[in-house]
Design a protein around this ligand. Structure first.
Ligand code: ATP
Ligand code: IPE
Length: 262
């Protein structure tokens, strides 16, 4: 089955980036199980409806907290890589386990082992992902860390999602967040906007309490979109994943939130 988005276009592949603030608890290394479970159910429903889904996870209280700890302790790069890759792998496996329990066939691809990022461009080898998707696999990647020169760097799920969509031929990327969409200067959620109109100056950076974020909120998403956009990518949907049914609707192309047109 193909799904039709709000612009009336059809798609059969969709990339979804699930923000860390949605699937993890604010406390360290803890899954927000109820939400992770319901999002997995909605992804399974979309997959059952014939949508090929590429999944990207954010770091939340796993990757961000581990990265922040490594920075505070001024950990040597190898120690930081060990710490952060381990916690992100744990988060990915936990989510894969939940997805598998819903009948999805997830396979985890650790970005540090198949990507060679350059700034905001992840430069992953998506061929192996495409190969495995042909037999019905649902790929799962996540924001990760890698050695960069003598140091360590972060590749965020935000840019992985855009590059993945371009490589998989998905015209749509869904960013699942804990807010109803991108909030404009008037304090209201923007319904629909051209990416070029969504200038950084028109976005009020909202402060979030109790959140460690080492990769930078909504503005980072815009930078990721700009750095990785491709001709086949048509639309980004920013939705609230805490609202039941939103994820399924978005994967089918008609979720409510902010629609960013490319
Ligand atoms: P995490 O929250 O773990 O960093 P995420 O992908 O779920 O990952 P963000 O990348 O931080 O979330 O993006 C959503 C967050 O961006 C919201 O929780 C909100 O606090 C923040 N934000 C900042 N400015 C805006 C804005 N103008 N509109 C909407 N959200 C904004
Ligand atoms: C961050 O990934 C990954 C690490 C800190 C290792 P993201 O930047 O995609 O995470 P969220 O979605 O903001 O939590």
């Amino acid at each position: 089955m193909q799904a039709r988005n709000r612009a009336g276009r059809y798609h059969r592949v969709c990339v979804i980036k699930i923000g860390g603030s949605v699937i993890t608890d604010k406390r360290t290394f803890k899954l927000n199980y109820a939400i992770a479970n319901s999002i997995a159910e909605e992804i399974a429903a979309a997959v059952n409806n014939g949508i090929k889904v590429g999944i990207v996870l954010g770091g939340g209280s796993y990757g961000h907290v581990a990265s922040s700890n490594a920075r505070v302790l001024d950990a040597p790069p190898a120690d930081a890589l060990t710490l952060v890759t381990m916690y992100m792998f744990e988060l990915a496996l936990a989510m894969a386990d939940i997805l598998a329990s819903k009948g999805v066939k997830p396979v985890v691809y650790p970005p540090h082992s198949f990507c060679d990022p350059n700034g905001l461009v992840p430069r992953c080898n998506w061929n192996s992902v495409l190969r495995d998707m042909k037999v019905g696999v649902t790929p799962l990647v996540y924001g990760d860390v890698y050695a960069c020169g003598e140091n360590w760097c972060i590749v965020s799920g935000d840019e992985l999602a855009i590059e993945m969509a371009c490589s998989l031929g998905s015209p749509l990327v869904v960013y699942v967040t804990d807010v109803d969409g991108v909030i404009g200067t008037d304090g209201k959620v923007i319904d629909e906007i051209l990416v070029d109109e969504l200038e950084e100056s028109s976005i009020v950076e909202q402060k979030t309490a109790n959140k460690i974020d080492v990769t930078g909120g909504i503005k980072r998403k815009l930078d990721a979109i700009r750095a990785n956009r491709c001709p086949t990518l048509r639309e980004i949907l920013v939705i609230n994943g805490l609202r039941e049914g939103n994820t399924y609707a978005a994967l089918m192309g008609h979720g409510s939130g902010t629609r960013i047109i490319l």
